[in-house]
Ligand binder design. Structure first.
Ligand code: B12
Ligand code: SF4
Ligand code: SF4
Length: 388
């Protein structure tokens, strides 16, 4: 297949990776991921899966079902920053939401795919008949399982792949190939007695060390398009997209902040935007401002729904007129209904009047249900407590 010896090929690939700014690279064999099969099946059976994963478990654990006669997987990691320099302040009347770090800067899918395609070109120069397949996030394989096997890091109790150098603040991607490359050793490290992430998770989504119920994980819930289920409305805080809590508390991430990958440098005002302007942003403005972010892949509706919930979280009285406009004028039931619930939570006479008026005009049964929930806040709190 190639005149270049496997060990020499591997060294050339690693050298090339260094030259093009890949932070970590490792080689894994393309044998099936036998241990992962049971985990994925269990996750599906218990209803813990997010639905974003490929549903076919066999395809997920056998690289040869993605690329026939696959022999090796070249795994890479790119570090992303964890701290905002000069973050804009959230203040009364001008509250802000937050995009998770994995949505800072340019969409990582493009950045990693681009680097992997440079490696692919190099490999094909050295082995002209090499066959390859690149995957970043949306492929069949578990990027974490691949990275773990390739020695890039180890998987913690928060389910994240943790590296020695960059903590868990890394994106992962891989290239499967039918070229044999000598595999690297996987790392045998672990969390020890630490359980911080399990304790810090606001929703108890980490059901046991290393196992996540995605259906109750805020990172997943912020990406859903329907009404946010009631139990999570007081837990979402000001998250607009994703959740970083179980990584922020991790001691392996302490003082870890790398922003050498220019593409991932955040624009503070964009990743921590004012909430109120998001309520009335047009499709075009949304595309222009947020279209290149990983966090915009589900469109603007979930972000707007989450912005409404964030205003409720801050009990921002100044947003009552904006929310009232949505309640009366937005064509999307999820937005009208969430605005109704938020008005109830924020409270005050103006909010209550808006809800009463909307109850007479509204015809959508889901929205009417949310208006009732909004009005219940007044019953629970009593008029004395209502502000306005
Ligand atoms: C579906 C998905 C989600 C779902 C479910 C996440 C999950 N933990 O399963 C949701 C929407 C919730 C999500 C959230 C996030 N995601 Co996501 N997601 C994926 C995706 C597409 C598939 C993951 C998957 O198959 N999950 C099912 C589980 C069973 O598989 P796994 O997590 O890969 O499995 C490892 C561990 O969980 C562990 N394990 C699994 N089950 C069990 C059971 C026991 C008992 C034990 C001990 C261990 C264990 O073993 C596996 C490794 O060997 C991958 C990309 C990909 N194709 O792999 C990105 C990916 C995992 N996500 C990523 C990121 C960045 C995130 C967020 C940090 C984004 C954010 N800030 O909001 C959060 C993190 C939340 C969290 N604690 O995991 C990165 C992770 C990078 C890293 N360093 O780990 C990935 C790899 C994307 C990428 N290419 O960079 N994600
Ligand atoms: S991402 Fe947030 S909600 Fe999900 S497991 Fe981590 S801390 Fe819990
Ligand atoms: S917070 Fe502790 S238990 Fe959780 S992943 Fe980090 S080291 Fe492991």
């Amino acid at each position: 297949m190639s005149r270049v010896k496997p060990e020499e090929l591997k060294q050339r690939l690693k050298q090339k990776a260094k030259e093009i700014g890949i932070d970590k690279i490792g080689i894994a064999s393309a044998d099936p991921f036998a241990g992962l099969k049971e985990r994925l099946k269990e996750s599906q059976a218990k209803g813990y899966a997010s639905g974003f994963e490929k549903p076919d478990v066999d395809e997920r654990v056998d690289p040869c079902l993605s690329l026939s006669r696959a022999k090796s997987i070249i795994a890479i990691a790119l570090a992303y920053p964890s701290r905002l320099k000069n973050p804009p302040c959230s203040e009364e009347g001008a509250y802000r939401g937050i995009f998770c770090r994995a949505s800072w800067g340019e969409d990582y899918h493009h950045v990693l795919k681009e680097r992997l395609s440079i490696l692919e070109t190099a490999l094909k120069e050295w082995v002209p008949d090499a066959r390859t397949m690149i995957m970043v996030d949306t492929g069949a394989l578990s990027d974490r399982a691949v990275a773990e096997r390739a020695g890039i890091g180890w998987v913690g109790k928060n389910t994240a792949l943790i590296t020695d150098e960059f903590g868990s603040w890394v994106y992962l991607g891989e290239m499967i190939t039918d070229v044999y490359l000598p595999p690297d050793e996987s790392e045998k490290k672990g969390c020890g007695d630490c359980t911080r992430c399990l304790e810090a998770c606001p929703t108890g989504a980490l059901v046991q060390p290393g196992q996540l119920n995605a259906q109750s994980c805020l990172a997943f819930l912020t990406q859903t398009k329907n009404f946010l289920p009631d139990p999570y409305r007081n837990k979402i805080g000001n998250r607009l997209y994703g959740c970083d809590t179980c990584q922020i508390v991790c001691p392996k991430n302490r003082k870890v902040d790398f922003d050498h990958q220019q593409e991932f440098r955040p624009e503070p005002d964009k990743v921590k935007p004012l909430l109120k302007p998001l309520l009335s942003i047009s499709n075009r403005e949304f595309q222009e401002k947020y279209g290149k972010m990983a966090g915009s892949w589900r469109g603007k509706k979930p972000i707007q729904r989450n912005a409404i919930l964030a205003l409720a979280h801050f009990r921002d009285q100044s947003s009552v007129p904006d929310l009232t406009l949505l309640l009366f004028g937005d064509p999307r039931p999820v937005i009208r209904g969430t605005a109704a619930w938020a008005l109830g939570k924020i409270g005050g006479n103006e909010a209550k009047e808006a809800l009463l008026k909307a109850r007479d005009r509204e015809s959508d049964s889901d929205v009417l249900g949310e208006i009732e929930k909004g009005l219940k806040f007044f019953m629970n709190n009593g008029e004395a407590k209502s502000r306005g």
